[in-house]
Design a protein around this ligand. Structure first.
Ligand code: TXA
Ligand code: MG
Length: 355
């Protein structure tokens, strides 16, 4: 069992020493928990990939405590500086031209490095205590649900991590927004905790949308713009099916409109239903023979920030309940809704990909 430790000064020192020795530490951030390692120690980075079973083509985010820590990591463009001023510390990651001292393992050999200054006080205290830049992917096995509590991290890994610092439940609940530049044009690489609208407002211009994701499993030829943008990700073990707004899973047996996946459910399938907003409830058309055993409303008030904060914890609970299927709605595609829908679509795509 990986020790889950309160962030006392002694435990912060212990975690900092473990990091300096090249070991891994579960680190709370305001978005999700990270699996932190010394960003300049290639063997520590290799352990991150090994423990997460993460493919080496998916580069890591380097976390820093002060903007001066960027000096020997990357070149900071004018637009990057504007975004740092507006959103750091906070849930925004910038992909910038890297400097030599960044190991190839951190960037998957790309000429760019992803950097972020987290806002969580425990992350900041750990960065300072360690005196290191920390590479930290989300602390979950590759492709699985992201952790938003220390217990999620401890439950996901049996060994390989020195300890997890308990910073409480993550306030934002979805990963950072990732922005990069392509021929000088800003592009959203991953929707996340800072809404696209806020980024466009700060820059005073439109930002390019994420490039269409390559098919998972497709041969990786040459560096991609955002290798982590696979079409499946963030998935519970239980199959997840999306209920598009206004089109709850429709299946009148024999009308030719059956969801083909639903056809493969066992008789009397046990389902979980995730809902959003005051009107939500199992009122839509769920296929006959499916028993809704568990319902969780991400935000009865219909607030997207509350829904983001609850998303992964609700999926973890549903996933632990021994259900045959989880139904989830898409939320309005605005503000944090973009990040929520991105995670839900990718979670739903995983099972399709596997079958
Ligand atoms: O909120 C977060 O960002 C969390 C917490 C722990 O900080 N971390 C996180 O890390 O979500 P991870 O490894 O799960 O996601 C990193 C994302 C991936 O989509 C990856 O492809 C992208 O950042 N990325 C990293 N370096 C990149 C680069 N050089 N170019 C393009 N995309 C990059
Ligand atoms: Mg992740």
């Amino acid at each position: 069992m990986i020790p889950v430790l309160a962030p006392t000064p002694e435990n912060l020192q212990r975690a900092a020493e473990a990091l300096r020795r090249g070991e891994l530490v579960g680190m709370p951030t305001e978005t999700v928990y990270g699996l932190a390692a010394d960003a300049r120690n290639p063997s520590a980075l290799a352990r991150v990939f090994e423990v997460k079973q993460r493919p080496f083509f998916d580069p890591l985010i380097v976390h820093i405590a002060e903007t001066s820590d960027l000096d020997d990591l990357c070149h900071v463009s004018q637009e990057a500086e504007i975004l740092m001023g507006a959103f750091w510390p906070g849930p925004l990651t910038l992909v910038l031209a890297k400097k030599e001292s960044v190991p190839d393992l951190a960037t998957s050999g790309l000429p760019s490095v992803a950097v972020r200054m987290p806002a969580h006080p425990v992350a900041r205290a750990l960065l300072r205590a360690a005196g290191l830049a920390l590479a930290a992917p989300s602390a979950n096995p590759f492709g699985g649900l992201s952790p938003t509590t220390a217990e999620h991290v401890a439950a996901a890994f049996a060994t390989g991590i020195d300890c997890v610092l308990d910073g409480g439940p993550c306030e934002i609940g979805v990963e950072s927004t990732v922005v990069g530049w392509e021929n000088g044009e800003a592009r959203l690489l991953r929707a996340g905790g800072i809404p696209l609208e806020a980024i466009e407002k700060a820059l005073g211009k439109k930002v390019l949308p994420p490039a269409p994701a390559g098919e998972a499993g497709e041969a990786q030829t040459g560096p991609q713009l955002s290798p982590g943008a696979l079409p499946w990700h963030y998935a519970p073990r239980t199959p997840l099916k999306l209920l598009e707004t206004g089109t709850m899973a429709t299946a009148t047996p024999g009308d030719g409109n059956e969801d083909t996946d639903t056809a493969s459910l066992p008789l009397s399938a046990r389902a979980g239903l995730i809902t959003f907003g005051p009107e939500a409830g199992p009122s839509g058309r769920i296929p006959a023979g499916v028993n809704i055993e568990r319902v969780e409303n991400l935000s009865p008030a219909g607030r997207l920030d509350e829904a983001a904060a609850n998303l992964f914890a609700a999926l973890h609970r549903m996933d632990g309940a021994g259900l045959d299927v989880i139904y989830a709605p898409l939320v309005p595609e605005t503000g944090l809704g973009r990040a929520i829908n991105d995670r839900l679509r990718k979670a739903a795509a995983k099972k399709k990909h596997e079958t």
